[in-house]
Design a protein around this ligand. Structure first.
Ligand code: NDP
Length: 389
């Protein structure tokens, strides 16, 4: 088997570490080109040494000296800053993991697609902000995007060998997050620590809080529309507390194809890593008789207004995804920093969407990287203004 050149963006995070776990089990199969991280320089340097990476990059200039020191004598190149991350994405690779959190993952993903890599996409924000640009970059670079979000990997797998025209609906499941069973009136006083505890998945802090508010599911609904070209009215979310069915695809004959598996991201990562083959993966096998039952509930838009906003964004299209995501990221910062309460996040995002939907300084007619970045920038400013008034 040919040795594959791979890079991991966001290597120090939850998805990045799960990816490294799989790579490190078969080191002879991979040449590691670039590993990137943020603040966790010690982890980045340790993994870069262990995997013999060509280059390790921290996103922050001020962390460059610590990274250089940690890699001294290792033969691994060290670099720092946003430009260095983008330069690393230009380095030829066969397979690139996009696992930076937030809109910061968009440009490295576009650059990796531009040089023809297969992009394993965990960074759902890229599709939400700029789905059309991502798909165009994949076409131009003759690479392809392989979904890593477990729901989208599930849909991707359910569609193998199927005609997309025969799809009637896509159902994305949601655990309901930390506050699924809390009384509605208690949500206003929920703390970031309480929101950052997930009932089933072990993930990064931001996506875990987004699971409690369902902003994560909202992003995934939009990602489904962008990635698979499914109409908004054909996409729904359902609460499934066990997180064992990740998504279902309904066809015009009434059949539902479900993807079932334990909540372990190494399945979706491994599927994208080995695609188009299916190889053995170190994930637990389900004992259905021991599980006994699976439960489902309607996803209530009063409890989770982010779902209603996602529907509006899917219908509006254009720059509204970038505005929605940036407003959400800023409101999430506000919640984590104690500037706003848990239930203020959705109203902040809604107000930003309404203020910017026809904003004169945004060229809504043009959908380019520049207009997406401008929309992102304005949405962050607007969300911060709203949170301080
Ligand atoms: P984590 O917070 O665990 O990791 C994020 C990674 O991005 C870290 O390597 C972090 O570096 C790096 N990073 C943070 N900010 C920046 C920045 N401005 N520029 C460059 N790098 C940065 O996140 P997750 O692994 O949980 O999630 C990553 C992505 O995957 C997200 O888009 C998420 O929605 C998606 N996803 C995650 C799932 C999961 O199970 N965790 C499931 C499905 C999708 P450092 O930590 O060193 O500061």
């Amino acid at each position: 088997m040919a040795v594959r050149r791979i890079s991991i963006f966001g290597a120090t995070g939850s998805i990045g570490q799960n990816t490294i776990d799989l790579i490190a089990r078969a080191p002879g199969n991979y040449d590691v080109v670039a590993l990137t991280g943020g603040r966790n320089v010690a982890q980045l340097a340790e993994d870069a040494r262990r995997l013999g990476a060509e280059i390790a990059v921290t996103a922050y200039d001020e962390d460059g000296p610590a990274l250089r020191e940690a890699l001294a004598g290792s033969g691994v190149e060290a670099a720092a800053g946003r430009a260095a991350i983008l330069e690393a994405a230009d380095r030829p690779a066969d397979w690139v993991m996009s696992a930076i959190v937030g809109a910061a993952g968009l440009e490295p993903g576009l650059r990796a697609l531009g040089q023809g890599a297969a992009l394993a996409l965990a960074n759902k924000e890229s599709m939400v902000c700029a789905g059309a640009l991502m798909l165009a970059a994949a076409r131009q670079g003759q690479g392809r995007i392989l979904p890593v979000d477990s729901e989208h990997s599930a849909v991707f797998q359910a569609l193998i060998g199927e005609d997309i025209a025969a799809v009637e609906r896509v159902i994305i499941t949601a655990s309901g997050g930390a506050f699924r069973d809390w009384p509605l009136e208690a949500l206003a006083n929920a703390t970031p620590a309480e929101a950052a505890t997930h009932p089933n998945w072990d993930m990064g802090q931001r996506i875990t809080i987004d699971s409690a508010s369902m902003f994560n599911k909202a992003l995934e609904l939009i990602e489904t529309k962008e990635f698979f070209g499914i109409k908004p009215e054909q996409i729904e979310a359902v609460v499934h507390p066990e997180s064992l069915i990740h998504a279902l695809v309904g066809f015009r004959d009434g059949a539902l194809m479900a993807h079932v598996g334990p909540p372990d991201m190494r399945h979706a990562i491994g599927f994208a890593l080995h695609w188009p083959e299916r190889r053995e993966l170190p994930v637990a096998r389900l004992d259905l008789a021991a599980l006994g039952q699976l439960n489902f509930r309607r996803a209530c838009e009063t409890r989770w207004p982010a779902l209603r906003l996602a529907r509006e964004v899917m219908v509006a299209g254009g720059l509204s995804g970038a505005i929605f995501n940036a407003a959400k990221e800023t409101a999430l910062d506000g919640f984590i920093e104690g500037r706003i309460g848990f239930t203020r996040m959705a109203p902040v995002v809604e107000e930003v969407l309404s203020k910017l939907s026809a904003h004169p300084s945004l060229n809504h007619a043009a959908f380019t990287l520049d207009t997406v970045l401008e929309a992102d920038h304005l949405a962050r400013i607007t969300a911060n203004e709203i949170m301080t008034t």
